[in-house]
Design a binder for this molecule. Sequence first.
Ligand code: ATP
Length: 363
Amino acid sequence: MPSLKITNLEKHYQSFHALKSISLDIEDGEFVVMVGPSGCGKSTLLRSIAGLETVDSGTITIKDRDVTHLEPSDRGVAMVFQNYALYPHMTVAQNMGFNLQIAGRPKAEIVAAVDRAAKILRITDHLNKFPKALSGGQKQRVAIGRAITRSPDVFLFDEPLSNLDAALRTQMRVELGRLHKELGTTMIYVTHDQVEAMTMADRIVVMRDGIIEQVGSPLDLYNRPANQFVAGFLGSPRMNFLAASIEAIADGAVTLAIAGLKQTLVLPLDEAGAGLKIGDRVRIGFRPEAALADGTDGLVLPANVRVVESLGRETLVYADAGVVRSIDSESQDGFFAVHQSQQLQFAYDAPFTIGVPADALYL
Ligand code: ATP
């Protein structure tokens, strides 16, 4: 039984179509991360589940209960916001117990729930402090603690770590993972951060323009993106793309011509390419880490070094392949990104042949 079932959800803001017939099943205990470009509707979807937005049509079911038109407090969800949203005039303990107090729970139960959450989050020493005396990371723990004391069926997180510095984000990421294991509760998490999505999610939901483009495990999405958008969205630096056209199709393989290159490429054709015909213009993609300097196999692109970024153990090279341009890469000036897992030094303009084995190319 899915813990959360969303069926044909529609939402407009005046004439703007923010959610377009969204359907999604989330299993009990799953950690689902929603990603997508700014404005794609992730927060709107999360807030609709929370009951902070009304939807035009469609249903939201939590543990087999239709909650579509229920008040936020009656849905069995608890939401954690980016800005913590703590009450400044209440202590940490009061903040964490507030929802139970409102619900009229006995004092002993509230104290026990607050103590338990504080232990899980390691903030027992701060229970009598006021929010202004806490660091950002501690405030976010209190906000999470307030959600835990409600014992929700589903936790909703709206970019909870984006106000924290990089080191603390890494630490909180690990702690949220531990929290999820410890509580075993369904969690839905919206983020801009690819590392959070890749490391924390059981499944990632990729959204664009109010629709879901693909749902799958992080590696599934990374290795088998359903379309060019998902391929380009996950991964940093992003996947490189170049334009090609189909010269021949035979025996389950396709021969590709790339403008500006003498060499043709032969790639296997899977069911996704079933409708392709000779003359069609297509895109070839390869991940920066799949490219080898001076490779001679598969796609071979003679290029020159333009920018080198030393990341310590690794090196990122942006290379210019002349008339063969990396497309949809405004920020890269048409250069191809190549990620090498070692320290390397290159002079500006040094020759650099990008080689990508055929099994690392996407059509
Ligand atoms: P971000 O990553 O920038 O937070 P998002 O994917 O969470 O983006 P939403 O906040 O869900 O995006 O917004 C989706 C779209 O709906 C955006 O284009 C936004 O401008 C619009 N929108 C959101 N809230 C409202 C509102 N109250 N009134 C009108 N338009 C809105």
